[in-house]
Design a protein around this ligand. Sequence first.
Ligand code: GDP
Ligand code: MG
Length: 160
Amino acid sequence: FLPHLVASLEKVDQTYIMVKPDGVQRGLVGEIISRFEKKGFKLTGLKLFQCSKELAEEHYKDLKQKPFFPKLIDYITSGPVVCMAWEGVGVVPSARKLIGATDPLQAEPGTIRGDLAVQTGRNIVHGSDSPENGKREVALWFKEGELCDWTPIQAPWLRE
Ligand code: GDP
Ligand code: MG
C-alpha cells in the first residue's frame, strides 16, 4: 500500500518536444517519435505545424540577445515542424538525455543528435530544459482541445 501511495504522489511532468524543419525534411519524424514512444513516455499531443516568426521568437525568447538568434528564427520557421507533448515522471531530464548535447558532434552515440545530426545549427530536435519550461512550451504550442488525456494500457508494465 505505502509504495503505491508514494508512487502515486510522484510528480508527472510534461515536456515539449519538437522535430525541427531539418528533421522533417530529412524524413526523421518517425524515428524521433519512436525514441520517446519506446522509452515509455505518454504522448499527449502531436501535430505537423508551420510556425510563425512571432511564435518562434516567443519560444526562444531567452536567446534573444544571442548573435545566432535571427538565424535560429529563420531555421525554425523554414518549414513545418512536428510538435509533441510528452508526459511522465522525470520526463524533462530524461528526454534531454535521449536528445543529447546541443552540438551534435559532442552528443553521445545512442542519443538522437549523436546518431542523426552533425551541426548545432541543424540539430533536428528540441526538448524543454525544465518542468516549468515544459509547461510553458506545451501551452505555447498547443491550444486547448489539441491535447489528449488518456491511459495507455501498458501503464502497469512500465511502473511498479
Ligand atoms: P538546446 O536546449 O540543446 O536546444 O540548446 P539551446 O537552448 O542552448 O539553444 C537552442 C537552439 O538554438 C539549439 O538547439 C540550436 O538549434 C540553436 N543554437 C544554439 N547555439 C547555437 C549556435 O552557437 N549557433 C547556431 N547557429 N545555433 C545555435
Ligand atoms: Mg534550450
